[in-house]
Design a protein around this ligand. Structure first.
Ligand code: IMP
Length: 436
């Protein structure tokens, strides 16, 4: 029985929340493998709207188990708040959520470090979500981080915490921070939070591998998007983890041989939040129009998203990095009134067309997008559920994207509701969801 990963093909916010919620009906477990509460997955079920940050989307279906894998960084206070909100909304979390004992813990001083590094005049601001995500991953790779297993271990936590706090005190002094940080109060607070989290913390790699061995199916849920991946994204304007398919293995402890399919989620156009290159960005009124039509404001920070046209080189590249078996195209209806619709099909750099993704942000800032203009369909696709009901020009647009990116389009989202979805008959996606 196949396990699949569902992840972003662009710069995040592709609408993965709805897609994971929809697809996970066929799976037993949903596992998050990277990122933290910088992610915001919005899911609408009838009149109710949920924004999930750390808890995997499968929580919205009562019969699913959910896992926060070792590749995720966990802010215990944010997680407990999210759990409380979900339980208030009538969604049972306790007994269904398992948190990896190897996931790293975010502390308030990680946000302090982030503030220092984002505000330094000699450093380019990344435009982060200010959640302490990057500094927590820095401590992880610096081999001084504290993991969930340490946090809930009453014996070892105080000692490990003291060493980490000392490190941050040195930093605070070096940067002559004016705000005082009460390190003892943080330790006491985290010891309390640990009591609430302890029942959920376990060896999730063992849990997942046992589940798979017994025939249960796992859906790996990506956060952010491939172009924000620490290795393959638009470095340094990236997040600090591997949002790509490889991250599903390292971030959960499930071997790559047990992940049988990778589904990319892409908008019918492009958006990004924060700084960094964005070749097809449209500014001014046209950009505002896309932002309004697509309601492009961050689910976590509320920041307006930068908007632009579909970028074939980006999705061709992310398809290569992840090995997408199928693409899900979301928010097609946002383009309903546009005619013609520009699609970037190639980049030109220093007068020459290039085929590979530039490795530096400077080169990507300098590329000129080469556009083709596709005829718009000028009718509403909102809420359609059958491929044959799409206007022929909308089908033409989708076929064009599939041909140019080299990946089939297996599913199209035509609105935020579960039912507002088209499955393309005979697709590889259908076979993967069926378990083939
Ligand atoms: P960080 O993840 O907070 O360190 O932010 C690094 C970059 O990733 C910034 O440009 C953020 O705007 C971006 N980012 C982080 N999480 C998300 C997300 O869930 N959607 C879109 N962009 C994100």
């Amino acid at each position: 029985m196949s396990n699949i990963a569902v992840l972003g093909a662009q710069w995040g916010d592709e609408g993965k929340g709805k897609i994971v919620d929809l697809f996970c009906e066929r799976f037993d477990i949903v596992a998050r493998y990277q990122g933290g509460h910088n992610a915001g997955h919005t899911v609408r079920i009838g009149e109710r709207r949920f924004v999930l940050k750390l808890v995997p989307t499968g929580i919205l279906r009562p019969d699913k188990q959910v896992v926060i894998g070792n590749g995720v960084v966990v802010d215990p206070a944010a997680l407990l708040e999210e759990i409380r909100d979900l339980e208030h909304a009538g969604i049972r979390v306790h007994g269904r959520l398992a948190i990896s004992n190897r996931a790293h813990v975010i502390f308030p001083f990680h946000r302090m470090v982030e503030k220092i590094s984002e505000a330094r005049p000699d450093r380019v601001a990344i435009g982060t979500t200010s959640r302490g995500i990057g500094p927590c991953y820095e401590d992880k790779t610096g081999r001084r981080g504290i993991r969930m297993g340490d946090l809930v271990d009453r014996e070892s936590f105080p000692e490990l915490y003291r060493a980490l706090a000392e490190d941050k005190q040195i930093l605070a002094r070096a940067f002559q921070l004016k705000e005082t940080i009460d390190f003892d109060a943080i330790r006491r607070r985290y010891a309390e939070l640990a009591e609430c989290l302890r029942p959920m913390v376990c060896d999730t790699a063992a849990l997942l591998n046992r589940a798979i061995a017994s025939g249960r199916r796992v859906l790996f849920e990506g956060a952010q998007g491939t172009m924000l991946d620490i290795d393959h994204g638009t470095y340094p304007f990236v997040t600090s983890s591997n949002a790509t398919a490889g991250g599903a293995a390292t971030g959960t402890g499930v071997p790559p041989t047990r992940i049988h399919g990778v589904i990319g989620v892409s908008k019918a156009y492009t958006t990004r939040v924060g700084g960094g290159p964005f070749p097809t960005e449209v500014r001014g009124q046209e950009g505002d129009r896309l932002r309004e039509a697509g309601n492009e404001f961050g689910a976590v920070t509320g920041r307006p998203r930068r908007c632009g046209w579909f970028d074939v080189p980006v999705v061709r590249y992310t398809a290569m990095i992840n090995g997408f078996d199928s693409l899900v195209i979301t928010k097609l209806d946002v383009l309903d009134d546009l005619d013609p619709i520009p699609v970037c099909v190639a980049y030109r750099l220093n007068g020459r067309e290039i085929t590979d993704m530039p490795d530096t942000h400077r080169a990507l800032e300098a590329v000129e997008p080469v556009y083709e203009f596709l005829p718009g369909w000028r009718s509403t696709t909102s809420g359609l559920t059958r491929y044959e009901d799409l206007p022929s020009r909308a089908r033409q647009y989708l076929q064009f994207l599939a041909e140019r990116t080299g990946v089939e389009i297996g599913c199209i989202s035509t609105g935020p509701e579960r039912a507002q979805t088209i499955f393309v008959p005979g697709s590889k996606l259908e076979a993967l969801l069926a378990g083939a």
